[in-house]
Each structure stands twice: as C-alpha cells, then as structure tokens.
Design a protein around this ligand. Sequence first.
Ligand SMILES: [Zn+2]
Length: 340
Amino acid sequence: MRGVIMHGPGDVRVEERDDPTIVDPTDAIIRLAATCICGSDLWPYRGADPVDHATMGHEYVGVVEEVGAEVRTVKPGDFVVGSFVISDGTCEICRAGYPSSCVHRIFVDGAIGTQAEKARIPFADGTLVATPGQPDPDLIPHLLAASDVLGTGWFAAVAAQAGPGKTVAVVGDGAVGLMGVLAAKQLGAERIIAMSRHKDRQDLARHFGATDIVEERGDAGVARIKELTDGLGAHSVIEAVGTQESMVQAISSARPGGNVGFVGVTHDVELPGQLLFFSQVQILGGPAPVRRFLPELIDLIWRRQIDPGKVFDLTLPLEQAADGYKAMDERRATKVLLTL
Ligand SMILES: [Zn+2]
C-alpha cells in the first residue's frame, strides 16, 4: 500500500509500505476513505519535535475490511470513524471518560500512521465507532473532522464548561480553535469571542457561531476580553495553540472561578506560579478523549446539524501529501484533506 513517511524535518514522501494484517484478536483492518494533515504534524515537520522515518497521520475514516476474532462492535463493510488515540475502552481510565489516557493507549501517529491506504487499528471496539450506514460522499469530510479536530475542540469546550449563559473566549484560530467555536455554540454558549487576525478565519469563526472577534493578542488581547465582559473576564476559555503566550493569554482571559480547556499541544510552556495562584481558574486539558464524544458527534453530523468539514480548505490526493504539508507550513492552508 501507499503511505506517508516523514524522513526528517521538511522531508515528506509517499512510499510503498507493507499492507497491515490482523495481529491481535482485538484488531481491525480498515481501508481509508479519507485522511488529513494535522497542525500537530507541523511540529516534527518544522524540526520542533524529533522525527526519523516516521509513519504519519492520526485522523481517519474508512471501511472495515477485516476484524480479529474478539471484535464485537464493528464488522467488515462498516464505515467507521476512529480516535487519534487507540484505547481499550474497558480500563478504569477509559470508563471514567479519559480514553486518550487509557492504560493501553497507543498514539496513532508514528505507531500506525493513517496517511496511508490502509491501517491496522488495535482495540477496535474501544477505538472505532461505526456510522449508521454508508455516508453520502459529502459527509465524509465532516466525519473525518470528528476523528481529531472536532473531537478536540469539543473536549476543549466541555473542559472549559461552555454552556448556556456563558461567555466563551477562544484563543487560537487554527482548525481546533474554530472547532472550539462550533462546540461552544452547540453546547449553548451565549457569547463566543474568537481571537483571530485573519479575515478568512474570522469569517469561518462567525459561520461556526462566533459573536465577537478580537484581533489583539497577548496583554492587549486580554484587555479586550476584559472590556467585553464588564472587566471580569470570560467564564470559559478555550486554548488551542500551545505556546507560552497563548497559555498565559488564556488563563489571564478567564474570570475567577472560570474554566480553561487547553488542547494546543504545549511546547516549552512554563506557567508563573503567581499567575496560577491569583487567577483562581480551573484548568483541564491534554490529549482529547475523542472516543468519548464520537457517538454524539457522528449523530450531529449524520443529521446534518453541524458542518465541521468546512475547516478543510485544501484537498489533495494522498500522493501529493508533501504539497499539503508545505501549504500548511506556509499558512496557505488551514487544514488539508487527503483523498484516496
Ligand atoms: Zn482503557
């Protein structure tokens, strides 16, 4: 089969890889219908994370081709959406709602790499969710978004306790931040402030439910959020970047007693103790437990209540994955869908 290998920073190639086979009785083999490039794939691409001949990709939808003897909830022919973290679905951590920290977790990136024609998915019952039937082709980008960016934005909004009567501020206008806006809207937030200085992303944020746009960032951005909230700060803040500046901005934008959901993969972030102590906010984040939300998200997409696939602004065939990485690295694309 064909699949992406990142040889080193900036060096993405589509090469021949071995076809996956059933190894454990809990495995499923899926044939990908679509996959995509994640903002987090840019960390190794830019040399910020080490990379050496890594299989890439962790977002996926497709059709089950084969299952191991112990798989119960999906069968050959099913169209499935999977989480970017493999989880058994049965351990105490999974049952508590945190499958992305499952005691048996495997990150799909590197270990499996779904920027490929096929993939072996371990713990299929705990990781995959079948759709109600074969999707219309136009639903596929929306379902693919559920695999990571939507699920991650959703978790951020839940962690930030977005809901009726709440003002939600979203730090970060990448795909996950935009999905955080969508999630906050679906969860019933009264006011959603998207922080963005890019016209096209502002427009998309408004489409997904943003009521206000703040272009300032850093201290000026925090001051703007305070101005818009009677000097108090937002009830809920979604952090979807992962830098020192964005984390400090997020925590500083929340009111005392408020909640911050952070899902940007933090790099070199050191939070000042005094900021943490005196901000008096509740902070929850980390790798999103997407599998927890998949049944609900698939249902919303299936009933055409949400259109998260609009975050894909460039579609390329898998063979041109290198062009997709380049487009995202150069910020010519927010998120790239790869067709098979
Ligand atoms: Zn588990």
